[in-house]
Write a protein that binds this ligand. Sequence first.
Ligand SMILES: Nc1nc2c(ncn2[C@@H]2O[C@H](COP(=O)(O)OP(=O)(O)O)[C@@H](O)[C@H]2O)c(=O)[nH]1
Ligand SMILES: [Mg+2]
Length: 232
Amino acid sequence: MDPEIIDDGAATPDPVELEAGRKLFAAETTFLLGVKSLSQIPTGDMPEVAFAGRSNVGKSSLLNALTNRKNIARTSNTPGRTREVNFFSVGDRLMLADLPGYGFARAPKSEVAGWTNLIEQYLRGRVTLRRCCLLIDSRHGIKESDRTAMALMDQAAQSYQLVLTKCDKISASALSALKEKTHAELKTHTAAYPTIYETSSKDGDGINVLRASLASLALPAGSSQDDTNPSN
Ligand SMILES: Nc1nc2c(ncn2[C@@H]2O[C@H](COP(=O)(O)OP(=O)(O)O)[C@@H](O)[C@H]2O)c(=O)[nH]1
Ligand SMILES: [Mg+2]
């Protein structure tokens, strides 16, 4: 049977994929730089995955959980603090881009326009970008500002996957209802993957599955960019 037809949005990697994810993120993650404008963006040919979501969705916590670091991405109780794009290299095989959070309730219009402009430029100009992870707070589901972000990525034909955060905070039945609703909505978005990732940075649930999905986008192990010697 065509797996698309029976896809219920659950992510089920096989052991080989899980091991590839574990290996990739067991390598050292290094913070490269933070940029306020895209003219300062680092170039290179490492494949890149970007992380986007509303302020306070748990983006920094997720990046820390993925990379086994306590504070490589600064967590904060004050929403809307990060106004730059931060770049991290995972073992010289995959670049992670932490995009500024959006949807902060009291954000002035000019700030919203600034965010949209930055993201549009980034999506248009970043040839190494393989995928965006769009984080959704499992307590709130998809909000209007997320729909704006999804529309931007659909228009840019930029593939993206939804990652539910803070799943430890809701019941199993609420999570399953949310997934059903979210899955239905995803079908109307042309660039969205049907798979929905459930995570909790607090208790670590789903982190290994997300790692496995990103490992398929990374450079092969032992082939970092400066490995130019074929005898290596
Ligand atoms: N219970 C729980 N809280 C979380 C989780 N992820 C983040 N948080 C909390 O949510 C708040 C915002 O997290 P942060 O990672 O700074 O969000 P960001 O603004 O998207 O980077 C902090 O108080 C975190 O401790 C999670 O998986 N479970
Ligand atoms: Mg943050």
